[in-house]
Design a protein around this ligand. Structure first.
Ligand code: NAI
Length: 328
C-alpha cells in the first residue's frame, strides 16, 4: 500500500524508512505543505500522513475524500490544524501520535528558561567577539522562584517535576487534570493566581477555542512585573501584538518561544536568502530578552524515532483492524 507524506523533512524520511523495515509500505514523500492549493496532487492515496503546518480544513478534507483518502495519520500530538468535525462527517479517520517524548518538549522548555535567565545567547555572542564584560548579564536563582504551568498534560507534568528539582514552587492550572497530574505535589490554582504569583509562566495547553489568545493584554497586565513567559505549545495561544507591547513596556522581562502564530509561512525551511515579510516576527527578534526557536522542542532522536514508529503502527491498525489506533 502506498502512503503519501506531506511537509516532510530529510530527518523524517530517514526515521520513517528505518521504521518501515517492519511494515513494508510504499512511502511517498513530498516536501510541500498540504492545503487547498496542493490537495489535487494527492490522487488515490487511501492514507495521507501530515504534519503541523499542513492545513486540513473542511475544503482540503473534502477534496482528499473525493480523491480516495480515508485516513489521515498525523505525525504530531496536536491536531488544531485539522477540522475534526469535517473529518468525522466525511468518514475520514484521523490518527495522531499522542505521546512520543514529553521529556523532549519539557527539557527544551527548561533550556529556554535557563538561556533567557542567564542570557546565554548574549554571552555566547559576546565571548566570540572577545567582549568579556558581564554588564547586563545578571540572572536570578531559580531556586525559590514560582513557576506557573498552564496545562498539566504529559509535557506539563514532566516540566513540573524538573522545575521542582530546581527548588521552584510550582503552580498548576488545568481545567481537566489527569489522575497522574493530580498526584503531583504542586499547588492547583486558578489563572488569575498563576498570573499574579508566577515569576515564570509556561504554556503547555493545546490550542483550542478557549486557549486562542489566552495570553492577551489583559492577562499580561495581571502578571508580575518582568515575568518570564515561555510558549512551547502552539503560537496562537498568545496574542503576539499584545506580547510585543508587554515587552516594550518592560512588563514581560523575558520571552521564550518555540512556536509562533504565523509559523506555517516561516518554520522548517532555510529562508536565509529571502526578505522577511512578517513584521511582527521581525519586531520580536529585535528584543535582546527574546529567544525564538523554530518548533524544535520535540526534536530529539528518541522523539523522532517514536513519531515514525507510532505513525506506522497507527496506519497498520487502520489497514488491518488490529493493534492500537490513536484516533482523535
Ligand atoms: P496533553 O493532551 O497530554 O495535555 C494537555 C493538557 O492541557 C491537558 O491536561 C488538558 O486538560 C489541558 N488543557 C486543556 N485546555 C486547557 C486550558 N484551557 N487551560 C489549561 N490547560 C488546558 O498534551 P501534551 O502532550 O502535554 O502537549 C501539550 C501541547 O504541547 C500540545 O497540544 C501541542 O500543542 C504542544 N506540543 C508542542 C511541541 C513542540 O515541539 N513545541 C511538541 C508536542 C506538543
Amino acid at each position: 500500500m502506498k502512503i503519501a507524506f506531506s511537509s516532510t523533512q530529510p530527518f523524517e524520511r530517514i526515521a520513517f524508512n528505518a521504521a518501515n523495515q517492519d511494515f513494508g509500505y510504499t512511502l511517498e514523500y513530498y516536501d510541500w505543505h498540504l492545503n487547498e492549493s496542493t490537495v489535487a496532487l494527492l490522487q488515490n492515496y487511501p492514507i495521507v500522513s501530515c504534519f503541523v503546518n499542513d492545513t486540513l480544513n473542511a475544503a482540503t478534507l473534502k477534496a482528499l475524500y473525493q480523491q480516495g483518502t480515508r485516513c489521515i495519520a498525523l505525525r504530531s500530538a496536536g491536531y488544531n490544524h485539522v477540522d475534526i468535525e469535517a473529518a468525522k462527517t466525511l468518514g475520514i479517520t484521523v490518527a495522531r501520535v499522542p505521546a512520543y517524548s514529553p521529556y523532549a518538549v519539557a527539557e527544551h522548555t527548561v533550556g529556554l528558561i535557563l538561556a533567557l535567565n542567564r542570557q546565554i545567547h548574549r554571552a555566547y555572542a559576546r565571548v566570540r567577539e572577545q567582549n568579556f564584560s558581564l554588564h547586563g548579564l545578571m540572572g536570578f536563582d531559580l531556586h525559590g522562584k514560582t513557576v506557573g504551568i498552564i496545562g498539566l498534560g504529559k509535557i506539563g507534568i514532566e516540566l513540573a517535576k524538573i522545575m521542582q528539582g530546581f527548588g521552584c514552587k510550582v503552580l498548576g492550572y488545568d481545567p481537566a487534570p489527569s489522575p497522574e497530574a493530580k498526584a503531583l505535589n504542586i499547588d492547583w490554582v486558578d489563572l488569575p493566581t498563576v498570573y499574579a504569583q508566577a515569576h515564570i509562566i509556561s504554556l503547555n495547553c493545546p490550542l483550542t477555542v478557549e486557549t486562542r489568545h489566552l495570553i492577551n493584554s489583559e492577562a499580561i497586565a495581571a502578571m508580575r512585573p518582568k515575568v518570564m513567559l515561555i510558549n512551547t505549545s502552539r503560537g496562537a495561544v498568545i496574542d503576539t501584538k499584545a506580547v510585543i507591547e508587554g515587552l516594550k513596556s518592560g512588563k514581560i522581562g523575558y520571552l521564550g518561544l518555540d512556536v509562533y502564530e504565523e509559523e506555517a509561512a516561516l518554520f522548517f525551511e532555510d529562508r536565509s536568502d529571502k526578505i522577511l515579510q512578517d513584521d511582527l516576527f521581525a519586531r520580536l527578534q529585535t528584543f535582546p530578552n527574546v529567544i525564538i526557536t523554530a518548533h524544535q522542542a520535540f526534536f530529539t532522536e528518541e522523539a523522532v524515532h517514536n513519531i515514525a514508529l507510532i505513525t506506522l503502527e497507527n496506519i497498520h491498525a487502520f489497514v488491518c483492524g488490529k493493534g492500537q489506533l490513536y484516533t482523535v
